[in-house]
Design a protein around this ligand. Sequence first.
Ligand SMILES: [Cu+2]
Length: 285
Amino acid sequence: MRFLDNRQGLIAGLVTAGLLMVSIGAAAAQGLAEPWQTGFQDGVTPVMQEINWFHNFLLVITAAIVILVTGLLAYIFVRFNARANPEPSKTSHNTLLEVVWTIVPVIILVIIAVPSFRLLYLQRDIPDADVTIKAIGNQWYWSYEYPGAGDVSFDSVVIEDEDLKPGQPRLLSVDEQVVVPVNKVVRVIVTASDVIHSFAVPAFGIKIDAVPGRLNETWFKVRKTGVYYGQCSEMCGVRHAFMPISVKVVSEADYAKWLEAKKAEASGPRDDTIKTAAAGIGAAR
Ligand SMILES: [Cu+2]
C-alpha cells in the first residue's frame, strides 16, 4: 500500500515537473533567465538559433556515445567475468575492429567540425551593419555611444533594489536601456575604460570581452521586439554583479523617434547642475 502511495506521489511529481517545464519554456521567452529554467533562453538572433541547434546536435551525439560505451561495459561485465567465462581468450589483434574504432571517431569529429566552423564564421563574419553601437565597460556600469548617429551617448546604470518598480527584474534593470531596431544588423564595438569586463546577452548568443585599449566587435540581428537582458561576464570588481545590460528592441519607426529625442537631448542645454554644485563646494572651501 505504501509502495502504491509512493508511486502515485512519483507520478504526481513527474506531472508537476512536466507542467513546470512547459511554463518555464514560456517564461524563458522573455529575454531573461527564470528560476529553475532548464536549457537556454529562447534564441532571437540567427547566431543564438544556430548555437541552440548545435547544442542539441552535440547532445544527441554525446548521449549516443555514452549509451554505447555504457552498454559495451555492461555487456563485458556480464559476458566476460571470471565466472561466466573462466577460460579467457588469448586474442590480441583484430584488424577490422581496430580500423573501425579509429575511423568511426574521425568521422564523428568531422561531422561535428563542419557545423562548428560554420557557426564560428557566422559569429565572426560581421555583415554590413545598419546600426553600430559602442559599448564601454566601466566600474561598474556600461556606457553606450552611437557613432554615426549624432552625438548620442549615455550611461546605463543598474536600478538599486529599493528603487525597482513592479515588473522590473532585480539586478537586470537599468536606468537607460540601449535601444536598437528589430530585424536590422547591429554591430557592437566593445571596449572598457578601466579593467576587463565582458558584454554578454544570452538571448542574442553574444559574449565578448571588453578590454581597455582594445576594440572587440560582435553583431546581432534580433527578429522579435522586446527587452533582452545580459550581465557583465568577466569578474571586474566588487560591483561586477551590478552592471547589467538591458537591450530594448523596437520597430524601425520607434527607433528613429528615440534617436531624434536623444539627439535633441544631446544638442539642447546640458544639465550642469552636478558640476555647478561641485564647483560651489570647491569655491566654499
Ligand atoms: Cu564588469
